[in-house]
Write a protein that binds this ligand. Structure first.
Ligand code: ADP
Ligand code: MG
Length: 282
């Protein structure tokens, strides 16, 4: 039974207001010369959400991230809102942390100095930033490697340094563009579980691009499947699987059902882009 309302109280005052999205994208388009990379892309991301994005190669995923990171402007007509405020993409530069598709570690900087790069560019005190990075090494599995240079690290370690850099640049929204793309299957699944653990402790909002459907479902609260170029939203699939997520989940019927749906959507799009590329061939 509902508690009695005091006289004159408005019913609406007792309803929790729906959370407002951290990021709102509506009708985003981007053309590069003859190439229409994005066409009417739309997505809302709630604070603390982990949203994964999959789609055929060349469908505009990195273009989307470049816009949200503030590195590129969308074409006129689209709407971009961050923390409830309409803005130009360039205003987002420095407001979100971004791990681009390549790890972009500087070969002449050791692990700690690579990790603090974004903070240093922002004008942070170098000594304080280094101390913070040193304290995060154990969590990122890099204890004892602070003085090593990128060429002395394994692929998985390099990825963790790049991720640590992204986490150290403390922003509510993190964009990760295929962060585990270069890893072997075993390291990759270890990194996925590790990322979920770190995400749950740091409570950031994550937008995560991947080619790997299992990865997209295993990590995400929602999976966004993009159409073949020009990129738009093909399917938005809620992942209503419990957390924390254990590896056994990957073989559960619930997981398999979501995977079938996502794969069907991807296959349809891959087929379209295959047909259009063969039709265009001489
Ligand atoms: P994805 O990350 O999904 O593989 P991208 O966003 O990198 O795709 O690219 C989408 C399309 O836009 C591709 O055809 C790519 O060649 C083109 N493109 C991306 N960035 C540029 C740019 N700066 N100039 C010209 N074309 C671009
Ligand atoms: Mg890309």
């Amino acid at each position: 039974m509902l508690p009695a309302l005091p006289q004159g109280a408005e019913v609406e005052n007792h309803l929790p207001s729906p959370p407002s999205p951290l990021l709102e994208l509506r009708g985003l388009s981007k053309r590069f010369g003859a190439v229409q990379a994005l066409d009417g892309f739309g997505l809302d991301v709630q604070p603390g959400e982990f949203v994964t994005v999959v789609g055929p190669s060349g469908c505009g995923k990195s273009t989307l991230f470049n816009i949200v990171a503030g590195l590129d402007e969308p074409d006129a007509g689209g709407i971009l809102r961050f923390k409830g405020r309409g803005c130009h993409a360039k205003e987002l530069l420095g407001q979100v942390s971004f791990m681009p598709q390549r790890d972009l570690l500087l070969p002449w900087r050791n692990v700690v100095d690579n990790a603090i790069l974004a903070n240093e560019i922002e004008g942070a005190n170098r000594r304080e930033a280094r101390a913070k990075a040193l304290s995060m090494l154990p969590e990122f599995g890099l204890t004892g490697f602070e003085k090593q240079y990128p060429h002395q690290l394994s692929g998985g370690m390099r990825q963790r340094v790049a991720l640590m850099r992204t986490f150290l640049f403390e922003r509510e929204l993190m964009l990760l563009d295929e962060p585990f793309g270069a890893l072997d299957a075993l390291t990759r699944s270890m990194m996925q579980r590790w990322l979920l653990d770190v995400w749950q402790r740091h409570r950031r909002t994550i937008l995560f691009i991947t080619h790997d459907v299992d990865e997209a479902i295993f990590l995400g609260d929602r999976v966004v499947v993009m159409t073949a170029r020009p990129g738009a939203v093909k399917l938005m699939r809620e992942v209503n699987l419990p957390r924390p997520r254990a590896p056994e989940l990957l073989t559960s019927p619930e997981f398999t059902a979501i995977k079938r749906e996502v794969l069907d959507a991807i296959e349809e799009e891959a087929m379209k882009s295959f047909i259009s590329s063969t039709a265009a061939a001489p």
